[in-house]
Write a protein that binds this ligand. Sequence first.
Ligand code: 5GP
Length: 184
Amino acid sequence: MKKLFVISGSSGVGKGTVIKRFLEKNPDFKLSVSCTTRPMRAGEKHGVNYYYLNREEFMQSVENGEFLEWAEFSGNCYGTNKKFVQNCLDNNENLILEIDTQGALQVKEKMSNAVLIFIMPPSLEELENRLRGRGTETEDAIQKRLNTVKSEMENAKKFHYNVINDDVERAVEEIENIIKNEQI
Ligand code: 5GP
């Protein structure tokens, strides 16, 4: 059976950039589009970045058993559509899930063919600098995020691979090698 690659990472670690670069270099891989209750950000599109649901619709999908996994992150719900994942795997497609660590560990429990990759910051200090450098968050929000990162790092120990994002190109190459070896 095709393997399912699950990528998580600490907030502010540049996970989005790494995955975007990976997909540019590996167009035969596709990214699962999740459902979320968080408001749409500028530039995002329904059905492209996420399927945007209200909480009631989301909870109905949970009740209907439509999610392979779901989790609450920073006050919003996020979930992976079970049917979509199954169809991709049945059609022998290469699929990546970019989800939070709680969701990734649920997938590990449910799918024996899941390979979990965690993208780490080079150091906590570096991450703190990056979060502050963005200049978009209050001190309170930064402290909250750093606490989340610490618990995410604890979860990272349960992942199959940890990749340090010290350099985007290098991190992408490491992920490519992991995937190549897993697919043999
Ligand atoms: P954002 O709101 O910045 O797009 O995403 C916030 C967090 O939710 C990220 O860590 C992202 O990986 C995670 N996320 C996105 N989709 C899913 C999903 O389907 N399930 C889970 N558990 N987390 C998700």
